[in-house]
Each structure stands twice: as C-alpha cells, then as structure tokens.
Design a binder for this molecule. Structure first.
Ligand SMILES: [Zn+2]
Length: 190
C-alpha cells in the first residue's frame, strides 16, 4: 500500500525535475499537508464533494459520483490557490507509485491552466490530463515504464511535442507558469 514515504519520494522527483519552472515557495507545503491516504468510505465522501462541485460540470459527465469513484485512484481537491489544494489517495494495494507523481503535478499546476482548458471545452479538459501525464512520464524513465494511465491523452501531447525541446518547455510553461496562450501554438484547435 502506498504511504507518506512514497508521497515524499514523488514530491522529491517532481521538485527535482520542474522546480526551476514554477514560482518559489509553491512547493512549501510538506508531504503530510499535501497528501491524504483514505480508506474507501472516506475517499468516496471526499470524491463526491469535488466531483459534484467541479469535475462533473467541467467535463460534462452525466454519471453520479458513486458510479465514477471505482475508476478513480486519486484526485486533487480543486482550489485556485495551490497551497489550499489537497491530494486524496485511495488506500488500495493495486495503486502504483507513479499515480502520486501525476497528482503532485496537478497540485503544482498554475491556476490559469484549468479555466483555459475548461472554457475551450471539446477535447481541452482532457488535454489537462494529457499535459499532466506527459510531464509525469518525462520525469524519469522509471516512471515512464510503470505508467499506463491516460495513454491516449499522453500520446497526443507527446506527438505534438515530437521531441522538440522548445515545445517541451512550452508545455512546462503552460502547466506551471500560467503561460496558457502557448496552448494555441502547441495544439491545433478542437
Ligand atoms: Zn490527472
């Protein structure tokens, strides 16, 4: 079962890879302030709150929180203030460590990225996952090997970047520095 040691390890990796690209002190909160590991009943309650307040409408989902929660391993409770966000992780032995890396990238994501993608609608809300997964898998080869989530979204972002370092930097800046005007130069309209 994943625990706080795994969470700290995930934070260390993300910080080592991306700290030059987000504002100083954004990662000031400690691991136990950022992550909370919950058994299924508590996780289900927390998930319903955020799902009903945010995810459902933003993604045009019609299912109820109870119908979706089985497919959710972890999520970030939304707040435009990064330091007020919280990562909830389901206590489930099937979860892999890479999930914590993915979620911590969401935690550090600039508040401009979510509305920029949600307002565009269409494929854009899903592109947040593509960007997050791309940045997750490119933290290290080890993480790239264990990740299987958001495969389609990842492949799409990876193909637009096409190994070009300046495009990779633009993705990083969209995510962490709020330079969301670069989305239009990275991705075709959809
Ligand atoms: Zn995600």
């Amino acid at each position: 079962m994943l625990n706080m040691y795994d969470a700290q390890k995930a934070m260390d990796l993300v910080r080592a890879t991306y700290s030059a690209h987000y504002p100083k002190m954004l990662d000031a909160n400690g691991c136990d302030e950022v992550f909370e590991f919950l058994d299924l009943p508590q996780f289900t309650k927390k998930f319903a709150l955020t799902y009903n307040a945010c995810f459902k409408q933003a993604n045009n989902f019609t299912e109820s929180a109870g119908e979706v929660v089985d497919f959710v391993n972890a999520f970030v409770a939304s707040d435009y203030r990064n330091f007020r966000r919280k990562i909830y992780v389901k206590n489930d032995p099937k979860l892999k460590w890479g999930t914590l890396v993915h979620e911590y990238i969401h935690y550090l994501t600039h508040r401009y990225l979510y509305p920029a993608c949600y307002e565009r609608g269409g494929a854009w809300p899903d592109r947040i996952e593509g960007i997050t997964e791309y940045l997750t898998r490119t933290t290290s080869n080890k993480v790239a090997k264990i990740r299987t989530s958001y495969e389609t979204q990842f492949l799409q972002v990876d193909s637009y970047v096409g190994g070009d370092p300046s495009k990779r930097l633009a993705v990083i800046q969209c995510c962490f520095a709020g330079e969301t005007w670069k989305l239009g130069t990275l991705f075709p309209p959809s």
